[in-house]
Design a protein around this ligand. Structure first.
Ligand code: TK8
Length: 338
């Protein structure tokens, strides 16, 4: 009780005489705090994965590193949080690779529509040489990438009409992530896309500034988009990875042992998050229909038409992404399917 009062009295700040007399705190080195922020809410597997990361790190460092978790964009939108890592106002965020492409252009390779046929191929490419090699490029932006987590296959929702074919995209105002390739791909499909931070999306749909959006079923359900959207189609147009990002100045300031603990925890929590995402995944579409959304199946023929329509966009962006990266990823995708 005396210790607690002492801490309260000094506002948890610099050491008081009370803490110095506590033998268990005597040997303790300075506690480091990692502020971790994400855009999704606390119901999402991404947040549960983050809590797993916190648990592992705090246990293995015996409290020498503390992880503070923030959800629902409490620390800002994805772009702002990445900048926060660069500036040192925050230590962790887990954004979609599509947003990271604004910092490291090669990350746009994952924005190529219909790149991954299934999750197993995504795992092989992201967890393999190509995926890991891309993470190395983050250092030049003062960022450290500790593996990929899973946002998942993105599916279209809107409040205007059922979408079964490319023709049905015509004129729909679709919010996209802040990513050039996404914008042009949706234009090629005939939609009228507008880029927007995730944190503004719900209000935009509610106020009908946009007709629709695209995200995995998990997000559509857990963020309650069914309240403002009527139609959902399994477009599965992009597999969206997340990257676990840490502020490089902060990471460099950790001891080698702490760096290892943080790295292993990020990968372990990522595996846990992916598993949870996939386990729950099958139910979310049924949940959406229970909430009254109308589901439209995209036939293989209709999807092929979409694939063909976005081909010119892929060609246009190949040089901007980096031809070498694009080829390496396509090779890895082919290899994973052998
Ligand atoms: C959340 C984002 C989100 C992404 C988007 O921070 O912006 O649509 O899919 O999940 O990462």
């Amino acid at each position: 009780a005396v210790l607690a009062i002492g801490l309260v009295a000094c506002g948890g700040g610099s050491q008081s005489s009370t803490t110095e007399t506590d033998p268990s705190l005597d040997a303790k080195v300075e506690t480091k705090t990692m502020r971790a922020g994400i855009g999704l809410n606390d119901q999402h597997p991404q947040y549960k994965g983050l809590l797993k990361f916190k648990e592992i790190v705090e246990e293995k460092t015996e409290g020498a590193i503390k992880v503070e978790t923030y959800h629902s964009g409490q620390l800002g939108d994805d772009r702002t949080m990445i900048e926060g890592l660069q500036l040192g106002s925050q230590e962790i965020t887990i954004p979609s690779t599509a947003v990271i492409a604004n910092f490291v252009p090669e990350f746009a390779v994952f924005d190529i529509p219909f790149l991954f046929p299934n999750e197993e191929v995504a795992d092989a490419v992201l967890g393999g040489e190509v995926g890991e090699g891309l993470l190395d490029k983050l250092a030049a932006q003062n960022l450290v990438g500790l593996g990929y987590w899973e946002n998942g296959f993105r599916d279209l929702t809107n409040s205007v009409r059922p979408v079964a074919t490319a023709e049905d995209f015509r004129g729909l105002k679709i919010r996209t992530m802040e990513n050039q390739l996404h914008l042009e791909a949706f234009r090629a499909l005939g939609a009228n896309p507008t880029p927007m931070a995730f944190t503004e999306l719900f209000a935009a749909m509610q106020q009908k500034t946009v007709d629709g959006q695209e995200n995995p079923y998990s997000t559509i359900y857990l963020q309650k988009y069914f309240e403002v959207q009527e139609y959902v189609s399994n477009t599965h147009h992009i597999y969206s990875p997340w990257t676990f990002l840490v502020s490089k100045p902060f990471f460099d300031g950790l001891t080698p042992e702490q760096q290892e603990i943080v790295t292993e925890a990020a990968y372990a929590a990522g595996a846990y998050q992916r598993e949870m995402n996939r386990e729950a995944g099958a139910e979310y579409l049924a949940n959406l229909q229970e909430e009254g959304m109308i589901f439209t199946e995209i036939t293989p023929e209709a999807r092929q038409e979409m694939v063909d329509l976005v081909q010119p966009v892929i060609e246009k962006f190949t040089d901007q992404i980096g031809r070498e990266t694009v080829e390496a990823v396509f090779d890895a995708v082919a290899e994973a399917q052998k």
